[in-house]
Design a protein around this ligand. Sequence first.
Ligand code: F0G
Length: 458
Amino acid sequence: MQHKTIIEPFRIKSVEPISVSTEAERTQYLKDAHYNPFLLRSDNVVIDFMTDSGTSAMSAKQWAGMMEGDEAYAGSRSWLRMEAEVRDLTGMPHILPTHQGRAAERIIYGHLGGPGKIFISNTHFDTTRANIEFSGATAIDIPIAENKDTALQHPFKGNMDVGELDRLLKEHKGNVGAVILTVTNNSGGGQPVSLANAEGVSAICKLHGVLFLLDCCRISENSWFIKHRENGMEELSYREIAQRMFALTDGAVMSAKKDALVNMGGFLALKDEALAEACINLLIITEGFATYGGLAGRDMEAIAIGLREIFDPSYLDYRIKSTLFLGKKLHELGVPLMLPIGGHAVYVDAKKLHPHIPPHAYPGQALVGELYILGGIRTVEIGSVMFGTYNADGTLKPAPMELVRLAIPRRVYTQSHIEYVIETFAEIMKRCEQVRGLRITKEPKFLRHFTAHFEPLK
Ligand code: F0G
């Protein structure tokens, strides 16, 4: 028999209590946090959909592996195990361990960047953009045009605009630091990228002699979409699909906190020896020696094991279908969403949900507050709070989209948690017209969404 019910393909062996608060308490907690979910205490959160990063539940095998961790400063057995796994997966000879994705980003983009340099991506993630801009370089996003229309169905809405890439590489000849393909396209709605698109990007980069890097932190989730949506891919395993994608590139940056199922870790994988040597020098200065890069031996053990588990077909099927289940139910309630539903998260189109709130009053941030007060659900705005900039006259230059992301931690929440979120949205839909926007009262220069303070508009 073909079951319709998606079951979690695991039993729960260890549990962590959730403290359930009241709406009145949460109203106060949110005020105390200046209406910024990053400033809430996690003890005051019921369902934490802020991120899928570093929030995975590790398997019994990974926990057992932690006890095997070799904490030697140099030549650790755990490092050799992780290095072998990453080499086997990526096909790259040079592997640098880092404590998380952005450490790898700082090293490679700090080295390749600098004033006058250009980086081009389907969409740079916020830390990627920040590391590039911090070096003095410019980051340009060129997702395909379909990506901007949240309601439009497209099997690979995370793709890069290959024609535009060719044009930009001609225009900026000699000044391009790298082309970065982010899979799945997180800031662009968690949408997948096809193998055909990666092939197109690879061919153009080769033609122009430009470095092509993969931001591969959700590579196995991306492989699920390729297997089920791209012609001729059905027979390949998820891992083989990932390996084909790596083979097209010159290197990869990974935050292991996503698709390696660990709470901390990352790596940089490179084909070119000279580039790897330059990066290893930077790694040793700020992260740690080349055989641990800021990670404990036990973390490296867990990464090596997680990188195998993540390609397990029953896990991946549950993962993508359970995200889809939440998306489908919200869609049925009439919640405007980024369609089709991506792999790690459901994205609400707050511009459509709150048409009465203009971008400079942050419609996404308003929804983030509502979800927290009504259900204790913590989410994150991916819109003008995260990506908005200011014009010369001080007015806001809004982000292209006003999204709110419900990112689902891997192997953590069960069906009943998801049902609770759906019930909260039913209430959100009843009162969305009365919701007020916010204004920013304090903000830093870079990555302002992490620490900005807000206040509701009267
Ligand atoms: N690239 C992408 C596509 C990411 O989603 C992230 C992190 C990073 C790089 C940086 O990795 O956090 O290990 O330093 N994304 C998290 C998120 C924070 O919530 O989406 P990191």
